[in-house]
Write a protein that binds this ligand. Sequence first.
Ligand SMILES: Cc1ncc(COP(=O)(O)O)c(C=O)c1O
Length: 299
Amino acid sequence: MLLTPQATPIQEVRDPLLDQCGVRLLVKRSDLVHATISGNKWYKLKYNLLAARQQGQKTLLSFGGAYSNHIYALAAAGDEYGFKTIGVIRGEACQPLNATLQFAVERGMTLRYLNRVDYREKESPVLLEQLQQQFGQFYLLPEGGTNALAVQGCREMLEGVTEPFDIVACACGTGGSFAGVVAALNGQQQALGVAVLKGADFLGNAVEHWVWQSIAQRQSNWRIEYDYHHGGYAKVTPELFVFMQRFEQMHGILLDPVYTGKLFFALYGLAAKGYFDRGTTLLAIHSGGLQGRTGFGLS
Ligand SMILES: Cc1ncc(COP(=O)(O)O)c(C=O)c1O
């Protein structure tokens, strides 16, 4: 199974708002790594797919909400690399399916719904046993796809970056992708994570845990900003919407309101507050997530 990533460019964003603050912004267009397994999802799945293949597993099973980027990418990856896929979805079945689940089904994914109470027990041995009885053996990926192999893959998100930068920035859900980036830092480089969930206090420990698992050493050159969630996961404020619209029009880069919109909004907001020294070069990872949909009504 060939899992070599398509090379993705670095795009410089020239913007008077950043010029005023003396900040240079480069964007790592990891969103372009694959048409449907975009951004961090490609890297998170890479070593998991290889492990599943090595173990002789034919089926991949994972969990997610009805709008999960991870479920979408898993369905695409299963279809492309010859695995059956099962998506265990939080909540009740709804018809017609939304675009994420419709795509997943078109790519051959079997959906199994769990009500919100049972979903909380999603990784209990009892439920996993039931799922095995229903579907047979499977390779299990956690909700959001973060595990040690996912972090290993995300360490490769900065591979091939030759442009010097001071701070690499990445949106954080579970923190797995950011942990991979932190584990890959060199020398004086620093990393900045932007939490997209409200009350994401778990992130600091999660990132430390995954970095330790990955490179068996502590890194102190990273931090997480918690004030840019815009009300919580998948919540959008008018300011965020306006920002994304301006950004897309000026720079031709589509952002999603759940992850990358919040990341770039935070970078602009922090720059305006003088958070970055003048002369700082930021490298923002565009972790994908638009799932082939265009613009969320933005364009
Ligand atoms: C576009 C995008 N960016 C960032 C993330 C956050 O990734 P993580 O859960 O590894 O923090 C996700 C979730 O997979 C995502 O879909």
